[in-house]
Design a protein around this ligand. Sequence first.
Ligand SMILES: [Cu+2]
Length: 134
Amino acid sequence: MKKMVLLMAAMMCMNIAGAKTVKKVVAVDGACGMCEQRIEKAAKAVSGVVSAEWNKNTKKLSLVYDNKKTSVEAVQKALAAAGHDSGDYKAPAKVYASLPACCKYRGNAKECNDGKAKKTVKKTAARKTAKAVK
Ligand SMILES: [Cu+2]
């Protein structure tokens, strides 16, 4: 039993010392396909990130990175700077305000449907115009 524990401890140490790539799933706020592109681009721009896949339904970013070159925190910081809250790292108000309306994920603005939102707005506007004419 003791041997097992020692072996496991040794393996964990080796893992840390010789670490290459690690996989982590991080919660990142966003709304639509545009967010997906922005989030993945921002994450991949961080040196040491091997791959980044964000799922707009689960709001989770699957991250593969070299933990000698970067950290989850560094990626989260980059995401916040790009406009997406992640954990303790919040997007600056100015950056968040500059996101397209479709990408606003704070509060109740979550009706974005990848471009469909614009059409809905147009239809509503057309209906209003029609009513006004009558
Ligand atoms: Cu978006």
